[in-house]
Design a binder for this molecule. Structure first.
Ligand code: G1P
Length: 277
């Protein structure tokens, strides 16, 4: 059974400066809820209740968010405003939170490896909270957990994207197994449109088997001089099996300003209810 989900939350959020100068990008709200809380709710819903945060300098607001605020509780307990705390109270009562700090920004693969001491020797989920995924029914991580229970190997979420945008993503090619599943044969981090093996882009949801840590330790820096999870997954695919899964649901690229605005409008129009925190 998968119990843990790792959240790499150490990045700088340069595209949202100056807002992210002293505030973690993961705390930017989509209407009234920070991005990272959407990801944590998706994880808990999927049964992954042990949340492992790989944070960095300047990210204390995230640790505070997943803790009790005594002053606030004291101030609004018993008032009509209490309902604004409903969602975060639920997260705190169901989840447990662990943290470690990534001291240097050496890529997503390095962030995952930094989380090894929190994860240990068991399969785990990874959620990149920049990718906000919303849908009715099982969330993306929940869908992937079901597949993991069936196949017992690493799984990455994928989505078809226009070729003009392919260079922003890890890209896979593989054998179509039906039902939106592919057995990964090739995987490239941020290729140009000419080099891309397909239009199937990796979205920020992964289930990883723990052998990924040893592979990451041996993975040399790749694209942009960073240790790439994509490269480690390619090694895993060559040695054993990695699946890619075209999930059902909507995904918003909240790491970009247009995606962030699109998500904000969508949540405001379809999900947000005033007085419901
Ligand atoms: C990361 C991964 C990339 C993946 C993307 C999904 O890139 O390296 O393979 O496609 O997340 O959002 P980043 O967006 O952090 O540069």
């Amino acid at each position: 059974m998968i119990r843990k989900c790792l959240f790499p939350v150490a990045g700088y959020g340069t595209r949202f400066l100056p807002a992210t100068k002293s505030m973690p990008k993961e705390m930017l709200p989509i209407v009234n809820k920070p991005l990272v809380q959407y990801g944590v709710e998706e994880s808990i819903e999927a049964g992954l209740k042990q949340i492992a945060l790989v944070t960095g300098r300047g990210k204390r607001a995230i640790a505070d968010h997943f803790d009790i605020s005594f002053e606030l509780e004291n101030q609004i307990a018993g008032t009509s405003k209490e309902s604004y705390l409903t969602s975060i109270r639920k997260v705190l009562s169901e989840g447990t939170f662990m943290m470690t700090r990534q001291r240097e920004m050496k890529g997503l693969g390095h962030a995952i490896l930094t989380g090894e001491s929190l994860v240990g020797n068991e399969a785990f989920g990874v959620i990149l909270s920049d990718d906000l995924c919303l849908n009715d029914g099982d969330g993306v991580m929940g869908q992937m957990v079901k597949l993991y229970n069936q196949f017992r190997c690493s799984i990455v979420a994928i989505q078809e994207v226009p070729m003009a945008e392919i260079e922003k993503y890890g890209v896979i090619a593989g054998d179509d197994m039906g039902g939106g599943l592919f057995r990964v044969k090739d995987m490239v981090e941020k290729p140009s449109a000419d080099e891309a093996p397909s239009n199937l882009a990796v979205i920020g949801r992964y289930i990883l088997t723990p052998d990924i840590f040893d592979i990451l330790r041996d993975t040399p820096p790749g694209k942009n001089g960073e240790i790439q999870l994509t490269d480690a997954l390619m090694t895993q695919a060559q040695n054993g099996c990695v699946l890619a899964y075209k999930f059902s649901g909507r995904r918003f690229d909240c790491g970009s300003v247009p995606g962030f605005i699109e998500a904000t409008n969508y949540v405001y129009e379809n999900i947000y209810q005033d007085g419901q925190g």
